[in-house]
Design a protein around this ligand. Structure first.
Ligand SMILES: C[S@@+](CC[C@H](N)C(=O)[O-])C[C@H]1O[C@@H](n2cnc3c(N)ncnc32)[C@H](O)[C@@H]1O
Length: 411
């Protein structure tokens, strides 16, 4: 095969699932703002909006991370019969029409368990029906490629050629970890969900940027960072960099749009790692296939003619320090209202957070501000109904255990 294989990019978002170099024949993306970003990065490439009206012109590869809303554990789990995740079948149509010999796809790990595993089997069968009879998949975390973001995704490669499908397993990620040991402050990255209990927290990294991250005003589950006495939301530029993109790409685009697009994207170095591995397949790869447990889809695997195999990978979650991705001049603190709401959530969930974070949030919640568009008065709940000081004491007394397990020498 020549240097630049012909490929079609579907559900392109702002990009991410592409080789390190080389543009596709066409990008297909419904969202207007995402298309605007694609046009900045690839001014010569044709753009199409709705996959339903796209014709599959000749290509060797079809690439796409189809919508996951019906598969993700956060959604209603309608699975592949859902309106959005069912667009997978449009991807199959494009494979058929274009005559592609290989498809490279991305999705959330929820696909493994959607409808008790039935949806994943349906994906395998549908690809098999297109003649892509060798199907391999690998689970990768963005931290494995050095990004300080715990984003777990599955990458599926379906091909007419066994060696090509197995190429997704052939390489070991070699991230640039130049500043993994940096002399910088510890940072906690976290988000909280709309429910009363959920708080997800990571040290010197962030949890996964979310699909459909809310706008500045909606603010139900933004990613925030805590260091020193600062607690603030990530800026859109930081979010886009934490996906491995250049911040210049989204210059002048609104806060909500950038966060949404960042949440939707495939982390750039992860996408490039997968696509390069498959485009640059070698004939000498020896991948050991083991029998998989009956009824269980392995996180890394291979499937052919109804036979499921397991593949082992030793995963290393060593990543760059998040400090290198943060803007030192971003000073906008979390609002007192958000801080009060978060304190309520932490107390109710009895969440083991570092006492320093709780202390800073509690202090901020004491500056009472006019309530913005909410019926729940977190200030009153926190200060009249919950015992924040008592909770802080309890956190401090548990700290040695919590700190050693999760937070190192944070405060
Ligand atoms: C989960 S995202 C995948 C993002 C992409 N894989 C990336 O690398 O950024 C799904 C994308 O599909 C797009 N999409 C949804 N419905 C579509 C349709 N009917 N036609 C084309 N794109 C669509 C969404 O706008 C979204 O950007």
């Amino acid at each position: 095969m020549g240097q630049n294989p012909k490929y079609i990019s579907l559900f392109s978002g702002i990009g991410g699932l592409e080789p390190s170099s080389g543009a596709p024949v066409v990008f297909c993306e419904l969202d207007r703002v995402s298309r605007e970003v694609l046009a900045r990065a690839y001014p010569q490439t044709r753009l199409h909006d709705d996959i339903k009206t796209l014709k599959g012109d000749g290509a060797d590869f079809v690439l796409g991370g189809w919508p996951c809303q019906d598969l993700s554990t956060a959604g209603l789990m309608a699975g592949l019969s859902g309106v959005k995740s069912g667009l997978f079948y449009e991807l199959c149509r494009i494979v058929r029409e274009s005559g592609a010999h290989t498809a490279i796809m991305e999705n959330v790990p929820g696909l493994f368990i959607s409808r008790g595993g039935e949806d994943f089997l349906d994906v395998l069968k549908a690809l098999d029906e297109q003649g892509l009879k060798h199907i391999a998949w690998r689970t990768l975390n963005s931290t494995e490629l050095g990004l300080p973001q715990y984003r777990e995704r599955i990458f599926i490669v379906a091909s007419r050629d066994k060696n090509r499908a197995l190429a997704v397993h052939a390489r070991k990620p070699r991230p640039d970890l130049a500043d993994v040991q940096c002399d910088c402050p510890d940072v906690l990255g976290f988000y909280w969900t709309g429910g009363a209990r959920s708080l997800c927290i990571r040290k010197n990294a962030i949890p996964a940027l979310k699909v459909g991250a809310p706008s500045e005003k909606g603010g139900t589950s933004p990613i925030a960072v805590f260091y020193g006495t600062t607690v603030r939301k990530l800026t859109p530029e930081e979010a886009i960099q934490l996906q491995g993109f250049d911040r210049k790409l989204v210059e002048g685009i609104g806060y909500g749009d950038v966060l949404r697009m960042a949440g939707d994207a495939v982390s750039r170095p992860v996408g490039a790692f997968v696509v390069d591995s498959v485009f640059e397949v070698s004939n000498e790869q020896a991948i050991e296939l083991r029998p998989s447990e009956v009824g269980k889809v392995p996180e890394h695997g291979y499937w052919h003619s109804g036979r499921m195999c397991l593949i082992r990978h030793n995963r290393t979650f060593k990543h760059r320090h998040i400090w290198k991705f943060l803007d030192s001049d971003a000073k906008r603190q979390l609002s007192p209202q958000a801080a009060a709401g978060l304190c309520c959530r932490i107390i109710r969930a009895e969440a083991d957070v570092p006492s320093a974070l709780f202390e800073v949030l509690h202090e901020r919640s004491k500056t009472r501000t006019p309530l913005l568009g909410t019926k729940v008065n977190s200030f009153d709940i926190l200060h009249n109904e919950l015992d924040a000081n008592g909770y802080l004491k309890r956190l401090k007394s548990k700290r040695p255990h919590v700190q050693s397990e999760f937070f190192g020498t944070l405060d």
